[in-house]
Design a protein around this ligand. Structure first.
Ligand SMILES: Cc1cc2nc3c(=O)[nH]c(=O)nc-3n(C[C@H](O)[C@H](O)[C@H](O)COP(=O)(O)OP(=O)(O)OC[C@H]3O[C@@H](n4cnc5c(N)ncnc54)[C@H](O)[C@@H]3O)c2cc1C
Length: 443
């Protein structure tokens, strides 16, 4: 198979990129599962937007503070500055954000935001955005969508990418030759026992990058979400109780039904407090009380959370629900520049798979959909600028030995192990450095 641009992943980042490529280019989007099984469909809380200039400093500061000031300041500035344009784009694609009575956009707030600056659609904002992006992509005759098609490897020579080896829906292996390849493979939650992510998101782009010497960044920066619905079934994808509920007044209680933390602190701080409390109390969860949220607000803003809790035996209108932290988001990833270019030529990375430093050590709630779209757009602009000078290498593609990928199960287990190891090594190095710095400061 041959295409001009190969996009690996059909979440919001991959789809937005496909929509921003010119119609005279053949674009192929592949996805490991069906088109609706991406984390982008799961986003509940919303997407940030700079409301007006008066909020710029606070928005910038909230993002930096949540990221422990390890964020790339230029990336943060770009994300905030481009937010209004991206939202206007989404509205033009038919995305329906909540409105005030006068027709203006309605904003909500989440943990660690000092202002209301989050746009939402009930508690299914990600589904609203991504399904509209998908609908617009389906209208493009230059875009081919391939479900159940998995990237197994990149085709590369002398640090230049010429496409990918893929595992097709019918079980066959094939090559897809492309002038440019965009990694948009999402997060790493599938590597964890408890995660809010889809199970098939296992950091494949990271593993393949490790195999080819493509630079990665901050691979140990993994965000744990403080509040997911507690279930005894460890195989279930953890259901997220959005931070917006705490933004709207929900409280956290220990086993004695007493508060133990300021619920509006950044999520890593709240997570640590919950885990410490569970250990102290010897419990598997803490309690979240949604009753302080006015009933009307609870039902109009969080209908899916209410329905899920009721299906699982708890009525949040009248009682507390059990919640526990779970892996949620990956701040690290394939290292990219401000135009989403990786360290390999003709290869970009966007969305949760990429690390441009926007989130620093910890992501501020509702910044990731925005970051994914802003930097997907930048990747396409850069790609088009360089399109004419990109090289092709049909001989290399034709000579790929597909037999070496036949034992797909062992190959993907090896991939998972590579990523796990990279994360724990980075963790170990950071602990060593912290120790060295602490010893240095004692001298
Ligand atoms: C429960 C939940 C709630 C969230 N709420 C919010 C929120 O309110 N606001 C916010 O800003 N963010 C939120 N997030 C985070 C946000 O949804 C994600 O960061 C964002 O959607 C990532 O988009 P993406 O396009 O990078 O990846 P995804 O949407 O995860 O898409 C990844 C794609 O890559 C494909 N893929 C993976 N590996 C391969 C492979 N080897 N070959 C082919 N295809 C592959 C997958 O099949 C999928 O199509 C939430 C996340 C979760 C899990």
């Amino acid at each position: 198979m041959k295409t001009d641009i190969l996009i690996i992943g059909s979440g919001c980042a991959g789809l937005y990129a496909a929509l921003h490529l010119p119609s005279d280019k053949q674009v192929t989007v592949i996805t490991k599962a069906d088109l609706e099984s991406s984390d982008s469909f799961l986003a509940q809380g919303g997407i940030c937007m700079l409301r007006d200039e008066s909020d710029y400093d606070d928005y910038f500061h909230d993002t930096m503070k949540a990221g422990h000031y390890e964020n790339n300041r230029v990336s943060v500035d770009i994300m905030i500055r481009e937010s209004q344009r991206v939202i206007a784009d989404l509205i033009s694609y038919g995305v329906d954000f909540e409105r005030e009575e006068d027709g203006s956009l309605a904003f909500t707030r989440e943990g660690a935001h000092s202002e209301k600056r989050i746009l939402f659609h009930e508690d299914i904002t990600g589904k609203e955005i991504t399904s509209k992006l998908l609908a617009r992509v389906r209208e493009r005759s230059n875009v081919t969508l391939m479900e159940y098609t998995t990237m197994v490897d990149l085709i590369e020579e002398k640090n230049t990418c010429y496409g990918a080896v893929v595992h097709l829906k019918d079980g066959e292996l094939a090559t897809i030759e492309a002038r440019f390849t965009i990694l948009a493979c999402g997060g790493i939650g599938g590597l964890y026992r408890h995660s809010t992510n889809f199970r098939h998101l296992t950091g494949d782009a990271l593993a393949i990058s490790l195999r080819h010497g493509i630079k990665l960044e901050n691979v140990n920066y993994v965000q744990i979400h403080p509040t997911t619905f507690y279930t005894e079934n460890a195989e279930e994808r953890s259901f997220l109780i959005s931070e917006s509920v705490r933004g709207e007044g929900a409280l956290l209680y220990d086993k004695n039904m007493e508060r133990f933390v300021d619920e509006l602190q950044p999520r890593d701080v709240v997570t640590k407090a919950i885990l410490a409390q569970m250990e102290k109390d010897g419990t598997d969860h803490v309690w979240e009380d949604l009753r302080p949220i006015p009933k009307e607000e609870l039902h109009s803003h969080f209908p899916n959370i209410v329905a899920y809790c009721r299906q699982h035996g708890y009525d949040p209108e009248t009682e507390c629900i059990p919640v526990v932290p779970a892996q949620h988001y990956f701040m690290g990833g394939v290292k990219v520049n401000l135009d989403s270019a990786t360290s390999m030529k003709q290869l970009y990375a966007i969305g949760e798979t990429a690390c441009n430093g926007v989130h620093g050590k910890n992501r501020l709630a509702s910044n990731s959909l925005l970051e994914s779209l802003v930097f997907a757009g930048r990747a396409t602009t850069d790609l088009i600028l360089h399109y004419a000078s990109a090289q092709e290498n049909p001989k290399l593609v034709a000579n790929v030995r597909l037999e070496k990928y036949r034992d797909w199960d062992s190959f993907s287990e090896e991939n998972n192990e590579l990523v796990r190891k990279a994360i724990s090594q980075a963790e170990w190095i950071m602990e060593e450095e912290a120790l060295l710095n602490a010893e240095g400061s004692m001298e």
